[in-house]
Design a protein around this ligand. Sequence first.
Ligand SMILES: Nc1ncnc2c1ncn2[C@@H]1O[C@H](COP(=O)(O)OP(=O)(O)OP(=O)(O)O)[C@@H](O)[C@H]1O
Length: 598
Amino acid sequence: MITLHNLTKEYGQTTILDQANYQFPEKGFICLLGESGSGKSTLVNLIAGFDTDYTGEIIVDDTPLNSLSEAQLGNYRKDYIGFVFQNYHLLSGYTVLENILLPCELTSTNQAESKAYARKLLADLGIAEKENEQVQNLSGGQKQRVAIARALIQKPKMVIADEPTGALDRKTATEMMDILKEISQTKLVILITHDTQLCEIADEVIQIIDNKLVIQQPGLTIENSPAKKMMLQPPKKINLFKMAAKNFRVRFLSYFFISLVFSIGILSFITTLSSGQLMTHAIQQFKEKNTSFNNGYISYQEDDNSYQILSADQRVENVYKQYKIQQVTLSSDDFSMTMPEKYPMPKTTESMSYGTMPRIQKNEIAITPSLAKKLNPQIDQLIGKSLTVTYQGKEYPLTISGIYNAGYDDFFVSSDIEQDFYQGIDSQSYEAIHYDVKKFEDIVPVTEELAEKNIQTKTAVTEVKALQKSFKQLKTLFTLISMIILLIALFIVIMMLLKLQQTRYHMVGLLYSFGFNQKNVKKLLFIENLCLAMMTAGFTSLLLLGLQLIAQLTKIDFRITLNEWFLTISASVLIILVTHLVTSYRLFKVQPIVALKK
Ligand SMILES: Nc1ncnc2c1ncn2[C@@H]1O[C@H](COP(=O)(O)OP(=O)(O)OP(=O)(O)O)[C@@H](O)[C@H]1O
């Protein structure tokens, strides 16, 4: 059935097999003997079509193996070869029957027929009662019987058994050899071993000595009948989703922890992101409380330098000179008072007892407690009440927005009204310069730049700096902690995925030996991983929801926008998929027999 003709295999400069010639029979028991490292697995790789990089010929029936495509080689393994391995390579988490039926994913259209045949094989091998047992609960001998049943389920033309008794005691090993001997009555059995004792029952023993294939114990006469035509059946369409779902269920616990750990990591990261939002919100609150937070005041200077500088600065607005005014009247229903003189004062350095400083375009006024008491002894009740300011015959109906702490009668109006007071004043001898910084984050740089030019300002820079400093420290701390958590989570996830790959190596090697092609294996792993990514996305969503709920209950200002939500979920899915691809890279490249030896 298989003929090796001048078969030579080299790895780089090293020759492993040198001009090997041999003709395998249609049936019979052939022992491939050789010391460790002599090239037995190399030869099996070549015969199974896993390795196509050789010179010479391997002819199966009438077809040279190197004339087959990757897909055809998969079909060749599916239809011709059943493998039995030293370490059984059964899939844990699957039952005995499920393990045996695995190769049928590619072949069988009639499940009931396959099951019946699997049961017959189990009965022939003496373990019929174990069909629903999880394979990890079986003894070594029982496991190897299951592996033999799996090798036979596709009714292959030959069985390749690679050290099948290596992990068994002598008695069980002998039983196993008897089973293989029985199989060799109707099929070709190639036994790979370094144990000469096992070769005693072989029909013929071949050995690799010094890279040469030597017939040690000739026992077979090959009939010179014409070569059969190689017949390959196309594979059945595999239900990869069903297989991936099954794998996912088997590895559920590992996947559960991977997605949980990863979700916690990504969540800590997103929490840091929203700490920026926390800062924006706190600044908003600060602005609402300190309505004159951006206001600046510069006392009169002889030169006009500061006014010129401020007027040219794009970061500031409402730059105007402030003057002393006279004869200002304040009045309400039952109150009227005229202030002979009123000097401009810095707004931001005043602390508030109640309310806020007047806001621009709101027609507001803030007054001192001594003035407030004249209106109403219960000064806190004055907020929101009306007060009219009359200056130079013009009336300004205003609303009291706040009471600020100063020990004399005085008031502040918003800058739009104040500027209106100064209409028509044509005086160089101003008292001060007023300006507003447009953006919160420009308050400190504007103030510092003016200070560098020896222009002393009165602003809320100290409070702003304190606020910024505390947030900066908090943010650094948050970022550091969350980065550490994310890195630890990623490390654990990668470690767990790498550990998982170890079990996947066996599965991948097995699937190739059943005749699966690379595309199917890749797809299967991808779908399985997509399930993991979906589970992670689900976990992340749930944790985000929980966090949001806790924040609401504890009244912590933590909000996640829909965009951030979407980004987090997409990032989780993407990172898990990429991590999987990276950790799977070697898995996709591995040679099946190497994978099975891992
Ligand atoms: N992919 C590879 N690249 C380079 N050298 C390799 C490769 N695979 C195997 N070899 C080398 O080829 C030689 C034969 O290896 P092989 O695995 O076929 O031996 P073996 O007889 O099956 O050994 P064992 O009984 O220990 O499994 C060894 O020296 C090995 O290091």
